[in-house]
Write a protein that binds this ligand. Sequence first.
Ligand code: TUI
Length: 311
Amino acid sequence: MKTRITELLGVKYPIIQGGMAWVAENHLAAAVSEAGGLGLIGGANAPGEVIRDYIRKVKEVTEKPFGVNVMLMSPYADDVAKVVVEEGVKVVTTGAGNPEKYMDLWKSAGIRVIPVVASVALAKRMEKYGADAVVAEGTESGGHIGEATTMTLVPQVVDTVSIPVIAAGGIGDGRGLAASFMLGAEAVQMGTRFLVAKECIVHQNYKDRVLKAKDIDSSVTGRSHGHPVRCLRNQMTREYVKLENEGKSFEELEYLTLGALRKAVQEGDVTMGTVMAGQIAGMVSKEQTCKEIIEEIMAQAETLLNVGKGV
Ligand code: TUI
C-alpha cells in the first residue's frame, strides 16, 4: 500500500506509532520500525539527554527509519529540538502546540517535519511553514486532545492542504485504517493499540486496564482549564472532574496530575495515576507483538480496500 507518506518516510506500511509520553521509549519505537511501520520516541517532558540516549539505543537495534515526537509544552522542548538535529534523526513530529520556531532549524537539517494538528487553521499554517505532512488528530485520541472528531477533521484538513495527511484518533484496526483512507488520509497514527504491544514497557496493570476497558470508559480532565486530557476513568479522574466542576483552578488541581502519568506507566498505579488512552481502548482486547499488530491491521485493511475495487 504505497502512498506519499510511505515514500516520504521510507517505510513499508502506512502506520505510525504515536509518540506517547513516558510510554514510547526505545523498545517500542524500535519494534514498530522493525515491523515496517514508523516507530516514534516520545519526547514528553524528558530532558534532551534522555532522548539522545533513546535515539542511540534505537539505532543500535534497527537500521529502519524512526522518528521523535517533540512535545511542545515540555520545559525541555528547545533542548530536544537541538538533540534531534545533532543525532541525525530523519523524522520529527510535534504535539501540543505550534512548532513554527523550530521549522527553519529542522528543515535546514533535512528533517521531515510532521506537526500533529487538531484544527484546519494550524494545518494550513504548518503547510505554509514548510511541513512535509500533518497528522490530523481527532478528539477520540488519548492524552492531550483537541475538539474535532477524526471523522470531521481529517477530510477538512485533506481539502485544505496539498501535503499528505495522516489520520489519528480512534483508529485501532484495519477498518479504521481503511476508513481513514476513504477520508483522504495517506497513513494512520495509532497509540492505544500499541500500548498493549508485547514490546511496550508500560506496567502490566496499565495494559490490563486498557484490555478491560469498555467503549465509554474514558474521561476528559482539564477541559475547563484549556488543557483537556483523555484518560481512562478512575478515582483520580473522578476527583479531578468533581473539583473542576466546583470551579477549582488549574493550580489547585495540579497536585492530582503531577507525576500521575509516571505513577501509572511505571508503578502500575491505575487508581490515582493517569491512564492515558483513546476511545478505541474498548476495542483493544489482546496483547500482541508490534509485528503481529501491524500485519493484522494491514491484512484487514487491504481486504476492505480491495472490495471497493471489485477484487
Ligand atoms: O500532544 C498530543 N498528545 C499528548 S501530549 C501529552 S503529554 C501531556 N501530559 C499532560 C498534560 C498535557 C500534555 C499527552 N498527549 N497530541 C497532539 C495534539 N496536539 N493534540 C492536540 C494538539 C494541539 C492542540 C492545540 C496542537 C496545537 C494546538 O494549538 C496550537 C496553536 O498555537 O494553535
